[in-house]
Write a protein that binds this ligand. Structure first.
Ligand code: HEC
Ligand code: HEC
Length: 108
């Protein structure tokens, strides 16, 4: 009985902790190894494909906060954060492609 309660509480705690962490920093793993690098493809972005309002699902302060893979990808995430801070949502397509919206000349 006691163990059960303990396990249950543990589960709740882990869920809360990962929720809090997920909110602070979204992490979908290194994109460098995906088919088109940081450019989005339909396969890797099923839930967000053809959507323009990137920040409604990816709040700016919840993204680009993982500096750990920078040494693998070669991206300076501090610089990326700076670009996004200055140019806001309009900057997303510069690096991630047009997300299927056809608003750039990028061929798909
Ligand atoms: C409706 C919510 C939603 C919108 C709008 C949205 N996304 Fe996403 N995005 C997601 C989800 C959920 C994931 C996780 C992968 C998945 O299930 O599609 C994701 C994953 C990503 C990833 C990681 C992809 C990978 O390979 O792991 C990037 C980069 C990204 N989104 C950028 C954008 C950009 C840029 C825009 C705007 C052009 C955008 N998203 C709009 C929900 C959204
Ligand atoms: C200057 C280039 C650049 C711009 C502009 C940019 N990104 Fe990114 N983005 C990156 C790089 C580089 C990564 C990390 C790729 C990796 O982890 O391998 C990334 C990762 C992401 C991820 C995955 C989660 C994470 O934090 O690693 C999401 C979601 C995302 N970007 C959304 C956006 C949205 C929304 C915008 C516009 C507000 C945007 N990006 C603008 C370069 C950029």
């Amino acid at each position: 009985m006691r163990t059960k309660t303990f396990v249950l509480l543990g589960g709740v705690f882990v869920a809360l902790a990962s929720f809090a962490h997920g909110y602070q920093c979204q992490d979908y793993g290194p994109l460098a190894g995906s088919p088109q690098g940081v450019r989005l493809t339909q396969e890797e972005h099923p839930s967000g494909w053809r959507r323009r309002q990137c920040v409604s699902c990816h709040p700016i302060r919840a993204i680009h906060c993982d500096d750990d893979s920078a040494f693998l990808t070669g991206w300076d995430m501090g610089w990326v954060r700076g670009v996004v801070e200055r140019r806001g949502e309009a900057s997303c397509i510069l690096c991630h492609g047009d997300n299927g919206t056809g608003s750039s000349t990028q061929e798909e």
